[in-house]
Design a protein around this ligand. Structure first.
Ligand SMILES: O=C(CO)[C@@H](O)[C@H](O)COP(=O)(O)O
Ligand SMILES: [Fe+2]
Length: 224
């Protein structure tokens, strides 16, 4: 299993001071920057795009950027995120007419590719593209907003995804996104996740370092 990764979602950061916020959360021990892209079409909210991703790189952010695209259609914007310096590009299968082709586009751009599953979306499509994904992202809330409550049924889905990944024998990250906090992260890790997105739990706290330290302490108990 891969080492644990904490990926704060900048959706809950102060956008007026984004560079400083990202610096601060990385200095506090974060591993990845989770970058939520919403188009007011696939999801009912509108956020940031490739220009902001490029701006973070220009500002000096070198940590992996995990671009979560909640955008439909998705193919047209892949090249822009490649150019903007994304490390991982993940998308929802419902947002692509040709999932295999979209994965290929991401890899051709030199990025790592991932598929994102909404709470009610089955994992069945994975069977056909397991050899082409670097990350599986399970949504534990319905996509579109930060600050929602973790849907408990996701724990069983995580176990299912973990079994599929282990059976594949490939190094595929299993990421969880939505409602993750210090109180549930241990149980989520025990169910099989290795990569943890947390937005409001980190950015709404007064001390980012204290939250991330607490998350790591909980993770250490999940995998002693
Ligand atoms: O992709 C999304 C929401 O669609 C997430 O990345 C959220 O931004 C996570 O926020 P919290 O639930 O941790 O506040
Ligand atoms: Fe996300």
């Amino acid at each position: 299993m891969q080492p644990f990764v904490i990926a704060p979602s900048i959706l809950s950061a102060d956008f007026a001071r984004l560079g400083e916020e990202v610096d601060k959360v990385l200095a506090a021990g974060a591993d990845f920057v989770h970058f939520d892209v919403m188009d007011n079409h696939y999801v009912p909210n509108l956020t940031i795009g490739p220009m902001v991703c490029a701006a973070l790189r220009k500002y000096g952010i070198t940590a992996p950027i995990d671009a979560h695209l909640m955008v439909s259609p998705v193919d047209r914007i892949i090249g822009d995120f490649v150019e903007a310096g994304a490390t991982y590009i993940t998308f929802h299968p419902e947002a692509s007419l040709h999932v295999d082709r979209t994965l290929q586009l991401i890899h051709e751009g030199g990025c790592k590719a991932g598929l994102v599953f909404n709470p009610a979306t089955p994992l069945s499509v994975l069977e056909y593209v397991m050899d082409k994904v670097d990350m599986v992202l399970l949504m534990s809330v319905n996509p579109g907003f930060g600050g929602q409550k973790f849907i408990p049924g996701t724990l069983n889905k995580l176990r299912e995804a973990r079994a599929l990944i282990d059976a594949s024998g490939r190094d595929i990250r299993l990421e969880i996104d939505g409602g993750v906090n210090v109180n549930n992260i241990r149980e989520i890790a025990a169910a099989g996740a290795d990569t943890f997105v947390a937005g409001s739990a980190i950015f709404n706290a007064p001390d980012y370092q204290a939250v991330i330290d607490k998350m790591r302490a909980e993770l250490a108990l999940a995998r002693p």
